[in-house]
Design a protein around this ligand. Sequence first.
Ligand code: UDP
Length: 308
Amino acid sequence: MNILLTGGAGFIGSHLCDFLIAKGNKVICLDNLITGKIENVSHLTDNPNFRFVKHDVTTHIDIEEPVDFVLHFASPASPVDYIKYPIQTLKVGSLGTHNALGVAKAKNAKFLLASTSEIYGDPLVHPQREDYYGNVNAVGPRGVYDESKRFAEAITMAYHKVHRLDTKIARIFNTYGPRMRESDGRAIPNFIAQASANEPLTVYGNGTQTRSFCYIDDMIEGLYRLMMSDVNEPINLGNPAEVTILYLAEEIISLTGSKSRIGFEPLPEDDPKVRCPDITRAKKVLKWEPRIQLKEGLNLTLRGKKRG
Ligand code: UDP
């Protein structure tokens, strides 16, 4: 297949590039590099099946060759990033998704949207099933991301219904692994960097808030199965093993053998108190569930970092 991948120099995008090229596909990777890094794909630039184009997908996307699949992964995705780039985040979820869908329509290609567990907001239903509508504060700090992804889902479904495009929507829950930027501000890269430097681990609030962390290789497999499926409804992809943030911090101190202690800091506004995917649908229709447990995934992430 010829695959157009927006956000291909980001964390998940760059792992997708590797996976899809290893499967014999051609990948055109678009990224404006505001949060993606060219280093994430620099090992691919000599590969004849890979092409990198520095482009902001909120402006018109011009592709000459045929495209079989459009994967729309471009967006700031960590709270620190989307709070720093609120308007770019809103534009890439709205205008960027519209442009990416436009390419899919013009090329008669299939389309997959990288959506997010954030569309459930600070959830009042737990664990989150796909039929839960969510609890989002449109004007809070996370609203820029949550609402742009909610709009992205809505326009994707509209293209499916109106233009009969074969579209897929992946609701991606917290994912981690090598290539996350140390400075992206999320819990796992922050804690690993702090533990490695023997500095206090910055646990926000009292650390009783929960998240469910999926290792990148499991996520890529789930995304690929969704690509290859005939599912058009949104589908949760994530690891349902839920932990508190305090547990995560203590686990990282223990795995790194660090002398760090925990330093509690204020909880950011609208920080979801719980998050855990119900993956019944993914198990049933994709025959997929994560295999890599948190401890193993953290060890792989630590080794990935050392290998650079
Ligand atoms: N968190 C934390 N310390 C950090 C970074 C994050 O305690 O240095 C908390 C954050 O408040 C949230 C959880 O860890 O409750 C996960 O945050 P992250 O930024 O990784 O992603 P989110 O799931 O909130 O989008």
